[in-house]
Write a protein of this length. Structure first.
Length: 167
């Protein structure tokens, strides 16, 4: 996790959240995702999804609801929303961004962090559908995107998330 653990401006509760615990949980979740995907492909149950936005929103909510309590207890001043597509400001190259974290990661917040609008984790609906995945693979991709953006909230870089298999 980014940040200097010796910095006295860090919130005390962040000192209790071990980056290795988050990494271990992400690794276990990745192994589960990989095994489930193998079973679905072997069973031939994957067809291109036509998931509607309401179901997509429910899938995002389900991923958040399934986060371990020790993760959700540490999440602070952040909202998770679904939007149809990224704006030009969010995705200037129009690459089909799947999600984005907008805010100040937890390790960078000091004791003077107050009165700040909530951070936003935005999950984009249409770019996910354009991947052409089956329902199960789409659910897996939604989960990957949500966990990736939550990882940014906890201060993980794209590079570290990629190393952990959540890129």
């Amino acid at each position: 996790m980014g940040g200097d653990h010796g910095n006295s401006n860090l919130r005390p509760s962040l000192l209790l959240l071990s980056p290795t615990a988050w990494e271990r949980w992400l690794s276990a979740a990745k192994a589960e995702r990989t095994e489930r995907s193998k079973r679905e492909r072997a069973a031939g149950t994957s067809t291109v999804s036509s998931m509607d936005v309401t179901t997509f929103e429910q899938e995002v909510k389900s991923v958040v609801d399934d986060l371990p309590e020790w993760v959700t207890l540490e999440m602070e001043n952040v909202v998770i929303v679904v939007e149809r597509n990224a704006s030009r400001d969010q995705d200037p190259s129009r690459d089909g961004l799947l999600g984005i974290y907008e805010g100040i990661p937890l390790p960078e917040r000091g004791f003077d962090y107050f009165g700040v609008a909530p951070d936003r984790i935005v999950i984009f609906y249409e770019p996910h559908l354009k991947l052409g995945l089956g329902n199960d693979d789409l659910r897996s991709e939604i989960r990957t995107t949500v966990l990736h953006e939550v990882g940014h909230h906890f201060g993980f870089t794209d590079e570290r998330l990629h190393e952990l298999g959540w890129g």
